[in-house]
Ligand binder design. Structure first.
Ligand code: ATP
Length: 442
């Protein structure tokens, strides 16, 4: 079975063809760097988020709670966090055609890739936050910003969570939510977007334990990626050089993946010291320290952060799963997604139309229980298998003329296209897909 691997172009085409990702407002020409998830994409994104949540909840000896913060933040908040002053990219413009580029993306000694001329403006810093106004009229309004990362909602709520939940240092606050960055050049499909979703966990601990926790979470995050189906050899942990580190960080590592356009960051893991809580404490005038009973003194907790984009991980999983293969029955495109990530867990296929009725009853039982399954009765059975392969459905069940007599169906496995007969009652075990972080006895 010869196979060829993914390119970005092939993934983009598949995403549109099969309803994973659409350019936002495409009928009006689209918005650069903004995408909508289609029916398959919506299910798959939810599965990614569930896997991430479950990976944290399965840390049985760790207290981790969740937060759902607002997307609008006040000017004061972003001033304290340093984003107003520092969250920018170097921007350069071609004076001949007005194309804009990130200065660190291009060779300023070379010519413009759009018009071929060489006539650059000075490099200037461009703040990546989207600014908006609160209030009905401009005069009465005050500025607010769409959050460029979810983490700050966690820091500003640190005391609220601490006093309202039964958590004690060390503990984590995790959040999944939208973030917005006015990227100069959004590109590589959903790798760099202007509106995207992040999954971030801030782990609050003492200064003395922080480096151990940093090492611990680095390892856990590596395990996470292999558990959801990314080959360990495609994941690389790259420690930031000293000159790359933020001034408050004593350790940052990028989890990198081999994308078709190079090895790039998938997740950032950072030991942030106690910079964020200290800043918010100083700017808000609220004491964000906690009392340490053993030491009889207060301290501002230190933080280890794990931060990954849902959409960037989505792209990674598609690239990892995608294959084009020559098979005896002709070429096929298949997504070998981990079953817990696959949008559809199983397809129910009556061999011919007139067998639809009895099998649809079986299918409906699973739908009624909330399982993500499809009833697929149109086209030849081979075509239906190919269609399910392309959206990564791990199992197809085919109901034929014998099924009525022997109570069995044919299961066809996505990965090796093997087929065997199983009892209809055994379907349950395949459809009830457990995530990799759920204990086998659950
Ligand atoms: P990059 O260097 O790629 O711009 P970053 O270092 O600015 O990333 P962080 O601020 O560390 O990114 O954000 C954490 C994670 O959020 C990233 O690892 C990535 O998965 C995701 N992310 C950041 N910016 C974007 C974006 N514009 N589009 C999609 N995902 C993003």
């Amino acid at each position: 079975m010869a196979s060829s691997t993914a390119t970005l172009e092939k993934i983009v085409a598949l995403c549109k063809r099969r309803g994973f990702i659409f350019q936002s407002a495409e009928i009006y020409g689209g918005i650069n760097g903004v995408y909508d998830a289609g029916p398959m994409g919506t299910l798959m994104k939810e599965n990614i988020k569930t896997a991430w949540k479950q990976s944290l909840l399965s840390q049985l000896d760790k207290d981790i709670v969740f937060l759902d913060g607002a997307q609008l933040g006040t000017e004061a908040m972003w001033k304290a966090s340093g984003h107003l002053e520092n969250f920018h990219d170097p921007l350069v413009e071609c004076k001949a055609c007005n194309a804009r580029f990130r200065a660190d993306d291009i060779d300023l000694n070379g010519n413009c890739s759009r018009c071929g001329k060489k006539n650059w403006t000075e490099v200037r810093e461009f703040n990546l936050m989207f600014k908006t106004q609160l209030g009905a009229s401009v005069e009465q309004s005050s500025s607010a910003y769409l959050r460029p990362e979810t983490a700050q909602s966690i820091f500003v709520n640190f005391k609220n969570v601490l006093t309202s939940s039964r958590v004690k240092i060390p503990f984590g606050i995790a959040q999944i939510g939208k973030a917005f960055r006015n990227e100069v050049t959004p590109k590589q499909f959903i790798f760099r977007m202007r509106e995207f979703e992040q999954m971030e966990m801030e782990w609050f601990c003492s200064a003395a334990s922080a480096l151990d926790f940093y090492a611990f979470w680095r390892e856990e995050r590596r395990k996470f990626y292999s558990a959801i189906g990314i080959a360990p050899e495609h994941i690389h942990m790259r420690d930031h050089d000293k000159d790359e580190l933020s001034h408050y960080s004593s350790g940052t590592a990028d989890v990198e993946y081999d994308f078709p356009f190079g090895r790039k960051e998938l997740e950032g893991i950072a030991y942030r010291g106690n910079y964020d809580l200290t800043q918010h404490s100083a700017h808000s005038g609220k004491d964000l320290a906690v009392f340490d009973d053993a030491a009889g003194a207060s301290f501002v907790p230190h933080v280890v952060e794990c931060s990954v984009g849902v959409d960037r991980l989505f792209l990674t999983l598609l690239l990892e799963a995608y294959a084009e293969e020559e098979t005896e029955g002709g070429p096929r495109t298949v997504l070998r997604l981990h079953p817990s990530i696959a949008p559809i867990k199983a397809a129910f296929c009556p061999l011919v139309d007139k067998l639809s009725e009895p099998f649809e009853k079986v299918y409906r039982r699973f739908r009624a229980c909330g399982h993500s399954v499809q009833f697929d009765s149109s086209g030849s059975i081979g075509k239906r298998y190919r269609r399910q392969d392309e959206i990564g459905t791990p199992y197809c069940f085919t109901y034929d003329f014998d099924s009525e007599k022997d109570g069995k169906v044919t299961i066809r496995y996505r990965d090796d296209m093997r087929q065997e007969r199983i009892d209809i009652s055994a379907i349950d075990a395949f459809v009830n897909v457990k995530g990799p972080f759920i204990a086998p006895n659950c």
